[in-house]
Ligand binder design. Structure first.
Ligand SMILES: *Cc1c(COP(=O)(O)O)cnc(C)c1O
Length: 396
């Protein structure tokens, strides 16, 4: 989740400067200058009407907060709609490893053992085009798979608190990149049926898709956005849940009304982490990180082209600097390798022997370089991955 590289002088300095002031002070009923300043900066860059920041310390917590916020909003909005208590998400979703975040997740392997703990949700199949469950192909399909999504949401709109979604890319599922327009279409369905839209930008936020936030690719305005991972440049644990004025106002009232959002972690909005996050945002501006990134994304796209010729590379998915290379046993039938062959694990181990640390998700090789990578380093990275695939699986 590193953004600007390791040992960045500017971020190191910001942390040690903060350390000279105070290492930690609670956000429970109190605040501190770095948290205030960071909230102001996050709102400046956040999409749409997002204007209120609630801090925490991990992506999973940011999602738990988003879920609790949505649920309580419907109890306290005017007029209240307390029957809106359910959540909708897509298969293959990943939102973190805590109980609420797992409940809205959609990767069976991660949640199977904890089934007893999870609350029921509505879930439809999303656009995993390479293994399309409708056996159609994009764009000829015209998003036929959205029919199921719309039907499910429309039918239960009165009970639905929110639709939860990773915009543009389902990361943990294996870098499943949606076609352009898909995320926006789901957002429009949620809006049409008066269901809140929660975006999980924990993985996609802070430049990984080529824009500051993935929402920007689709021009969507979520009601709640969860941030984590890259927020501190990859330095320290910090997360944030950002919401709109409308939702914020539903939590205001007299002491007797008890409309408070009761959620807080001891290390929420830690000052050292906030200082790192501010320094990271400064670097985005000073180094024009997002502008500098564009030619590197183009280079990455070009370099990935030759991977397509490899006989056991089935699909290559890319959204900015988020890439998944899916290995298959048979390119024609898209047949997966038996799990026990651990092909992607073997390829990543080979890459490690050659000096590159990457990691697999099932049989998908994940490539997600720091935004600060040079073109030369990008070349080395891809050469090693290419050679490692050939070395383990052969080239034909
Ligand atoms: C990593 C991730 C999370 C969980 O974040 P943690 O900081 O690991 O708790 C949630 N959602 C998405 C999309 C993620 O990629």
């Amino acid at each position: 989740m590193n953004v600007h590289g390791h040992r960045r002088r500017e971020i190191n300095r910001a942390i040690t400067d903060q350390l000279e002031r105070v290492a930690h002070t609670t956000l429970l009923g109190l605040t501190h200058p770095s948290a205030i300043e960071l909230a102001r900066r996050l709102i400046e860059i956040a999409p749409g009407g997002l204007s209120r920041v609630f801090y925490s310390d991990t992506g999973a917590a940011a999602m738990e907060i988003a879920l609790k916020m949505a649920l309580q909003y419907w109890q306290q909005c005017n007029p209240p709609r307390p029957h809106k208590t359910k959540f909708f998400s897509l298969c293959n979703a990943y939102h973190g490893d805590t109980v609420g975040a797992m409940s809205v997740g959609g990767i069976d392997l991660f949640q199977r053992a904890y089934h007893q703990l999870l609350f029921p949700i509505l879930q439809a199949r999303g656009a995993y085009c390479y293994h399309c469950h409708l056996h159609m192909s994009y764009p000829a399909c015209r998003f036929t798979c959205l029919n199921e999504v719309e039907q499910m949401i429309a039918e239960k709109a009165d009970e639905l608190a929110a639709v939860v979604m990773e915009p543009m890319v389902q990361g943990a599922a294996g870098m499943l990149v949606y076609p352009a327009g898909y995320t926006r279409a789901v957002w429009e369905i949620a809006k049409r049926h008066q269901v809140l839209f929660i975006v999980d930008e924990v993985a996609t936020g802070f430049g990984k898709t080529g824009k500051m936030f993935a929402c920007e690719h689709e021009g969507i305005e979520p009601d709640v956005m969860a941030l984590g991972k890259g927020i501190t440049g990859g330095y320290l644990p910090l997360a944030a849940t950002i919401t709109t004025e409308q939702i914020y106002r539903a939590f205001l009232g007299t002491v007797e009304q008890q409309r408070t959002f009761y959620h807080g972690h001891t290390y929420t909005g830690n000052p050292l982490a906030c200082a790192a996050a501010l320094a990271s945002l400064d670097l985005f501006e000073q180094e024009q990180t997002l502008q500098q990134l564009q030619p590197k994304i183009a280079l990455l796209t070009k370099e990935l082209e030759r991977f397509k010729q490899l006989s056991l590379v089935g699909d290559i998915r890319q959204c900015g600097f988020m890439v998944g290379i899916e290995l298959v046993q048979d390119k024609q039938t898209r047949l997966l390798f038996p799990t026990r062959e651990k092909v992607a694990v073997r390829v990543t181990k080979e890459a490690r022997r050659r000096g590159v640390i990457i990691r697999p998700l099932a049989d998908i090789l994940v490539v997600m370089p720091p935004l600060s990578i040079s073109e030369e380093e990008l070349g080395i990275l891809l050469n090693v991955i290419y050679d490692s695939i050939v070395s383990i699986l052969g080239s034909s």
